[in-house]
Ligand binder design. Sequence first.
Ligand code: FES
Length: 155
Amino acid sequence: MVSLQGLTVGQVAERSGIAVSAVHFYEEKGLITSWRNNANHRRYSAAVLRKIAVIKAAQKLGVPLKEIKAAMDQLPNEKKISASDWAKLSTWWQEDLDKRIAELQDLREGLNECIGCGCLSMTDCHLLNPEDKMKSQGPGAHLLGWRRKPYTENA
Ligand code: FES
């Protein structure tokens, strides 16, 4: 039961299935907020529970906290995340996951060529430089550090 005085950190942790330290960590990272009551105890709105559910889901998808925060910052702070908000976020993150899966499949194919080879040649290795496609992007192992486009409301 959520009182008008808000949830304690212990209640948030118990209802979210996370540790109290994780609640504090999310707050420290600016993903959730609290206020202080008259006794100077931290309190949370019930809307925080849904935010934590979204954070947990995004983390399972491999979305970094920094990107989760950027997405959360575009949502109304004290309002409960709506089904429509979640639909937008999950669609965005699904597309991002699809891209990463495709990139990982490409990497796996490149790795297949490497098994038993051992050359690690910057010009010939199928993993480090597949078909010399990465030449135009400058030096470095570009395939080993995929980049996400940050979530935007209008994406
Ligand atoms: S190590 Fe030779 S192709 Fe990758």
